[in-house]
Design a protein around this ligand. Structure first.
Ligand code: IMP
Ligand code: MG
Length: 184
């Protein structure tokens, strides 16, 4: 029995994840290397493998912080409510911030966070997301940096969870129907 056997299809392989992390880090380095101490703000819990892998390739001075935001509450359907469960600790006034996300779907989660940071006086706020699901978008917001663009399937792996499971697997894919039955 392996966690990965619960996938019916792998959409993004470990090699693809690694190469996206490297090229996103290069793009971000290009844009931020001369900016004074930007903040990488990971959105927990989904950001954690991506945050770690991305920052391994970042070699300019920066600070790291985290915020925990919930919108899914365990199942496979997003809800309308976005809740800040744990706030960041750094001051954001006049700072350049890169939000690190696993996935942007409706965009509501990230828009809520971005609006809050702008309200607190951040100088700039950009988004890097491993996965973009633009067909699910409900607000006017695009991540500036993205790894892969996918359709509307519910995905697990590489930070993406189903019921707080599967975040640790090193691929991104579609779970077998029997895994998420009851939620469909
Ligand atoms: P949004 O607010 O609809 O953009 O959703 C963003 C959040 O929903 C992400 O940070 C994820 O935590 C979660 N999410 C969206 N799509 C998926 C998915 O396919 N699998 C697992 N979690 C997802
Ligand atoms: Mg997330």
């Amino acid at each position: 029995m392996k966690l990965i056997d619960d996938l019916k299809e792998i959409l993004i392989t470990e090699e693809q994840i690694d190469s996206a992390c490297l090229s996103l880090a290069k793009e971000i380095t290009n844009d931020y290397k001369d900016i004074e101490l930007p903040i990488f703000l990971g959105i927990l819990k989904g950001c954690h493998p991506f945050m770690t892998d991305l920052l391994r390739h970042i070699d300019f001075y920066h600070q790291v912080d985290y915020m925990s935001v919930s919108s899914y509450f365990g199942g496979t359907k997003s809800t309308n409510e976005v809740k800040i469960v744990k706030d960041m600790t750094l001051e954001v006034k006049d700072r350049d911030i890169v939000i690190v996300e696993d996935i942007v779907e409706s965009g509501r989660t990230i828009k809520e966070v971005k609006d809050l940071l702008m309200f607190r006086g951040a100088k700039t706020v950009e988004i890097v997301s491993m996965i973009d699901k633009p067909t699910g978008r409900e607000v006017d917001l695009m991540p500036k940096y993205k790894g892969y663009t996918l359709g509307l399937n519910f995905l697990i792996g590489y930070g993406l969870d189903y019921n707080e499971m599967y975040r640790n697997i090193r691929v991104i894919g579609i779970p077998k129907d029997e895994i998420i039955k009851g939620d469909k």
